[in-house]
Design a protein around this ligand. Structure first.
Ligand SMILES: Cc1cc2nc3c(=O)[nH]c(=O)nc-3n(C[C@H](O)[C@H](O)[C@H](O)COP(=O)(O)OP(=O)(O)OC[C@H]3O[C@@H](n4cnc5c(N)ncnc54)[C@H](O)[C@@H]3O)c2cc1C
Length: 690
């Protein structure tokens, strides 16, 4: 990127101002339940969450004349609005230059295994429409002079399908979509967090809305700020479980609602699959350190409690060239991947950082120093880099002496961004760690985003649509594509109207909320948070062992037992909401660990974000000093790629089941005259497999 771009242009890419929300519409009804006067809102559809995925679903429904409302914990909170990276990526079919092949893109999306083939194709074929419609509502996607979208290569992407509006692509998406939602008069209820799905049991089980808490709107007759939303279709777009791990790069207070959905009996899938990678922790400015941050090849070192520095990567790599080139490769091999620890690959960097942190040392990157030499080898030199690394830097015009010059040349915004958060990476070394970043699994959905509960959909990170790996930018694409798909299904196949007044479902939900809250319980939201986050980071991160995960599961079960018996302490509405969110997170953590134990017990090996370590594992990462025996790991089994692990809550315990992935009829070719009637009659919406 040229350093001569005017500052106001750079500023517009980083300071993304959100639109003002219109006044909230008042409820027309109130229901009395257990002494509370609870406002009731009715609509044809309810979207929970206002990230990029939820806003997309709402806008697409409203454009199809569906009476839709949004209830959201924080209108411009969540991952889409508040996180980013060097070049935050959107992954779509590559329309520019050579064109693309949707089948090939679907193959690439599912290449890591455990991804439904129809989902992969839906995401591939829907991606161009998602991109074009975002451009239509004003997203500044970079183009060349002929209108082609500028592209680059990202993680798990051999074709170069990535594009970006800069470090805050997803925030810009939220801005554009929120403006559109406001323009279309979609009612948005801010500071309103769903705490329980409303489920009708007869004649058949189906979702008829959600009970939410809006502590800011609490009143004497409604001290917890409870609100009921009744609707014929509910779309869960509440994002990922960002509070599950202590070591996390999610913005704060991203709970998602997987626990809420599990509590209501919905099925989840692929909960074993997450992403971990390097970033700055969220007690400072949570940000991914991918792309040019590492392609600039800063000096990475650790510091002990006495301030002594260690060039620890030199314990792992054999030469200075190998060390520097692998730091560079973290730019587009950002997520930790077990197999990349082998052969002195780039995930050895993540492993080394994790081991330093576990040894009580803090890890930094310094843009004012080149990587220090591996003992016995020559100093770092631009002439001694692996050919792919040198070629990239040459093309970027960044074969410059210091990391800071290289970073400034390739991406001046990256320095500016930290400055805005009061951190000058041009001056001071930047502390970072290996952090949890994304949940690839989530609620099990069909190819329109419908969950296992009638009337309830899930889109965005809440949906378990990704497989073991996902190309960078595929998360944002999936949210847009499935937001559109579920809107089409809801508009094309409206559900039965919600019953009036749905009193029983509301009573059950309020009862469950109140039963979980006990003012004098010894369990507090804070103690539960610490226990869950420590357990997940220490025992279910990138390195897992069978016995360790089993012990973690036993403790997670014990915690849930205690929560069921004793409830969670609270004082006041905001506290009560936190308590309920931690109750749901405790359930989710048990679900993740149950799935992990199930996977390992069946012989599942290392894949994606996790190395399954075992003393008799067939693979062992090598370091300069020899094999790292305590990280010996079990290889992936090919057959696991064709299956997914489904998890659901049954009679108070989690049940796992392995099922084959949904296959796509690859030879089936659409034929216009034959298939058009299915579109005209809406029969296409019935064809989704679950
Ligand atoms: C540091 C970082 C960098 C990333 N970079 C990329 C990238 O380059 N490319 C990519 O594709 N993906 C990336 N991701 C992942 C991607 O940003 C997320 O998966 C995506 O933004 C999720 O969008 P969403 O709309 O599903 O959820 P979110 O944007 O998280 O929105 C969730 C919404 O739901 C609300 N909410 C939560 N719980 C409730 C509830 N119970 N009731 C009502 N409302 C609720 C929240 O307040 C929020 O409004 C990155 C993630 C991180 C953390």
């Amino acid at each position: 990127m040229s350093a001569t771009i005017p500052q106001d242009i750079l500023d517009a890419l980083t300071d993304v101002v959100m639109p003002r929300l219109p006044a909230e519409r008042p409820a027309k009804e109130t229901i009395a339940v257990r002494g509370f006067a609870i406002p009731v809102h009715r609509s044809a559809a309810l979207v929970l969450g206002s990230g990029a995925a939820g806003l997309r679903a709402a806008v697409e429904m409203k454009r199809r004349d569906v009476d839709v409302v949004i209830a959201t914990q924080s209108a411009f909170g969540g991952t889409s609005a508040c996180s980013g990276s060097d070049k935050q990526t959107l992954h779509t079919a590559n329309g520019a230059g050579r064109g693309d092949d949707f089948s090939a893109m679907a193959e690439a999306l599912g290449a890591g295994g455990a991804m439904d083939e129809d989902t992969a194709y839906v995401e591939a074929v829907g991606s161009l429409r998602a991109l074009a419609s975002l451009q239509f509502i004003g997203l500044p996607i970079p183009q060349d002079s002929l209108g082609g979208v500028l592209r680059y290569q990202t993680d798990h992407d051999e074709t170069g399908r990535a594009t970006s509006c800069g470090p805050r692509t997803s925030r810009l998406m939220v801005q554009a979509l929120a403006r559109e939602a406001i323009r279309l008069n979609v009612p948005i209820f801010n500071h309103t967090t769903a705490v329980r799905l409303l489920v009708e049991d007869s004649p058949a089980k189906r979702c008829i809305g959600a009970l939410a808490m809006a502590p800011k709107r609490r009143a004497e007759a409604n001290p917890l700020g409870l609100v009921a939303y009744l609707s014929d279709a509910v779309v869960i777009a509440t994002g990922g479980p960002g509070e599950l791990y202590r070591d996390s790069v999610y913005p704060r207070n991203c709970f998602g609602s997987l626990g809420l959905a599990l509590e209501a009996g919905l099925e989840a899938v692929n909960l074993t699959e997450s992403q971990f990678g390097i970033g700055t922790p969220r007690d400072g400015f949570p940000w991914n350190l991918s792309g040019t941050y590492v392609q600039a090849m800063p000096y990475i070192f650790s510091r002990d409690s006495h301030g002594n520095e260690r060039n620890f990567l030199a314990d792992y790599y054999r030469t200075t060239q190998e060390l520097a080139s692998n730091v560079f490769r973290k730019g587009y091999q950002w997520p930790f991947h077990a197999s990349r620890m082998l052969g002195f690959g780039s995930s050895l960097v993540d492993l080394a950082i994790l081991r330093e942190c576990r040894a009580g040392r803090r890890v930094f990157m310094d843009f004012n120093r080149n990587p220090l030499a591996v003992p016995g080898d020559r100093e770092f030199a631009l002439e001694r880099l692996d050919p792919d690394v040198r070629a990239y830097l040459a093309s970027a015009g960044a074969l410059l002496e210091q990391p800071l010059d290289r970073l400034r040349k390739m991406n001046p915004l990256s320095i500016e961004l930290y400055r805005r958060y009061k951190y000058d990476i041009a001056r001071d070394p930047l502390e970072f760690a290996v952090l949890n970043q994304h949940m690839n699994g989530g609620l099990a959905v069909d190819s329109f985003g419908a969950t296992s509960l009638e009337g309830c959909y899930a889109v965005g990170e809440a949906a378990g649509t990704h497989g073991v790996t996902r190309p960078g930018g595929a998360a944002l694409n999936a949210g847009q594509v499935f937001g559109t798909r579920c809107a089409e299904r809801i508009a094309g196949r409206p559900g039965a109207p919600s019953p009036s007044p749905a009193a029983e479902a509301i009573h059950v939900a309020v009862g469950s909320v109140l039963d979980g809250l006990k003012a004098d319980s010894p369990l507090t939201a804070d103690s539960i948070r610490r226990e869950i986050q420590d357990r997940m980071s220490d025992h279910a991160g990138i390195l897992c062992g069978a016995a360790d995960v089993e012990a973690a599961l036993a403790s997670a079960r014990a915690l849930n037992g205690a929560i069921r018996r004793q409830g969670i302490a609270f004082s006041g509405a905001p506290d009560a909401l936190k308590a309920l969110q931690w109750r749901q997170t405790a359930l989710l953590s048990e679900a993740v660990l149950t799935a992990l134990v199930f996977y390992i017990a069946r012989g599942g090996g290392s894949r994606g974000a996790r190395a399954i370590c075992a003393p008799d594992g067939a693979h062992v990462p090598e370091a300069r000093a020899g094999a790292i025996e305590d990280v010996r790991f079990v290889p992936e089994r090919a057959e696991d790629r064709a299956e997914q692990i489904h998890v659901r809550l049954e009679a108070g315990g989690f049940v796992c089941e392995s099922r084959p992935i949904r296959r796509r009829a690859r030879d089936a070719r659409p034929f216009f005259e034959r298939d058009w009637p299915d579109f005209l009659t809406g029969a296409i919406y019935d064809g989704a497999l679950r």
